[in-house]
Design a protein around this ligand. Structure first.
Ligand code: HEC
Length: 154
């Protein structure tokens, strides 16, 4: 019995080591000068802190990868979230969006944050600063709606 456990342990350890060699596909940061939302839109400081703490690790070109995001299989999950996150919303390429797309995504930000779908739960588990209170959610929702109105009137 003891021998079986030992063999299984070595087996899983082997698998763990081998999967480290599979490329994670973790996307790098490619900031484009003049395109980041912080360079373009008006963002009050309190909202800015919240966006950076709770959204930017999946929706920007300034993603900070923690050490465990370099270890498979977690690296695969992180890579997927950043890839799909950016495809939906990339604050680092805000300037590339049309007026209409900006208004649309601001509406989605307001819905997702207001309804508690964003930030992703798994992210909150690892990043307590992304655990937004109701007041903080309201700050983001109000900001997104005001900015959408401003863009509409431009
Ligand atoms: C851990 C990564 C992660 C974090 C942190 C995160 N998101 Fe997302 N977000 C995603 C992924 C992945 C998707 C696309 C898949 C989906 O819809 O679930 C997404 C989708 C979205 C969408 C588009 C939804 C739609 O219906 O198309 C919006 C808007 C959004 N996120 C806003 C935010 C905001 C605002 C924050 C911060 C308060 C945030 N997200 C934090 C990963 C993240």
């Amino acid at each position: 019995m003891k021998k079986i456990i030992k063999i299984l342990l070595i087996f899983f350890l082997g698998i763990f080591v081998i999967i480290q060699f599979i490329p994670s596909g973790r996307p790098g940061n490619e900031p484009v000068a003049g395109q980041d939302i912080f360079e373009i839109a008006s963002i009050p400081d309190d909202v800015g802190v919240l966006l950076k703490n709770a959204c930017f690790d999946c929706h920007s070109q300034s993603v900070k990868y923690p050490w465990y995001s370099y270890v498979a299989p977690v690296s695969w999950l992180v890579a997927r979230d950043v890839k799909f996150g950016r495809e939906n919303l990339d604050f680092g390429k805000w300037g590339e969006l049309s007026k209409r797309d900006k208004m649309k995504i601001l509406g989605e930000i307001s819905d997702e944050v207001g309804d508690g779908f964003m930030p992703m739960q798994i992210y909150i588990t690892m990043h307590s600063e992304a655990n937004l209170s109701d007041e903080e959610r309201e700050l983001i929702v109000n900001w997104a709606e005001e900015l959408a109105e401003k863009i509409f009137e431009e």
